[in-house]
Design a protein around this ligand. Structure first.
Ligand SMILES: Nc1ncnc2c1ncn2[C@@H]1O[C@H](COP(=O)(O)OP(=O)(O)O)[C@@H](O)[C@H]1O
Ligand SMILES: [Mg+2]
Length: 232
């Protein structure tokens, strides 16, 4: 279980995330919804020690708050926390193979079989330079790279941003496959409709605070979610 308690992220006087409490279990897909500027990226970056964080962070019951608070990202990655950032997450000048090997540098050989079963298109393109691939393909490489690191908890920052609807749907479907392997997936999305199709639970973030939480089903029917994020 990944647990953040009263977790905050502040850039100087600007508090982007304020006292957020969230839980993510192994094998779960949990969505974090919210408008642009709500603090979604700050929350993920704070959990990884990549933004100035305060509050408690527990991993399998162990208090690892100091790792996030002191920016010890490497140590968090070593404990199975992996972030796919909003943009990038790949080395564009390197080949697909090199990207995946780098993703797995800590944990050894990437799980090739799993990666190819989720992203069959990548197998024939291992030698291709990632910078020459389409945006959607690069997203796949970023996800495959994260998988190569054998994450226990995978934090995804708007993985479908800029993707064609069909590709976005396919990509989110692969997250269910990640989760079926026991990975906990925290999915940040502006596209609430899509996110609630794959997530079991969700949190709604507004101005850095959680204003709603519950099952995907509950949030799908919540008036605030419907009005603000699902077009009424
Ligand atoms: N590095 C930063 N320095 C200062 N303010 C930031 C920084 N990153 C984000 N912010 C501010 O924090 C708030 C939340 O941003 P962000 O976490 O990116 O929201 P979201 O991902 O939900 O769009 C915004 O007001 C944004 O301007
Ligand atoms: Mg963001």
């Amino acid at each position: 279980m990944l647990e953040a308690q009263k977790f905050s992220v502040a850039y100087g006087a600007h508090r982007a995330v304020e006292g957020v409490t969230i839980r993510l279990g192994p094998g779960e897909v949990v969505a974090v919804l919210g408008a642009n500027g709500a603090g979604k990226s700050s929350l993920l970056r704070g959990l990884m020690g990549l933004a100035p964080a305060q509050g408690r962070l527990l991993l399998e019951g162990e208090d690892v708050s100091f790792l996030a608070q002191r920016g010890l990202t490497e140590a968090l990655v070593g404990r199975g926390l992996v972030l796919v950032p909003e943009r990038g997450g790949v080395f564009r000048s390197l080949s697909v193979r090199e990207n995946l090997l780098l993703g797995g540098y800590r944990t050894g050989e990437p799980p090739w079989r799993d990666i190819f079963s989720l992203f069959p298109a990548l197998e024939a393109r291992l030698g291709q330079r990632v910078g020459s691939m389409s945006g959607g393909e690069q997203r796949m490489v970023a996800l495959a790279r994260a998988l190569a690191a054998r994450p226990r908890y995978l934090l995804l920052d708007e993985p479908t941003l800029g993707l064609a609807p069909l590709l976005a749907k396919r990509l989110l479907a692969t997250l269910k496959a990640f989760a079926a392997q026991g990975v906990g997936v925290l999915l940040v999305e502006q596209n609430a409709g899509l996110a609630l199709q794959v997530a079991q639970r969700a949190y709604l973030l507004q101005e850095g605070r959680i204003v709603r939480e519950g099952s995907a089903e509950t949030l799908l029917h919540d008036p605030i979610v419907r009005q603000a994020y699902l077009g009424g």
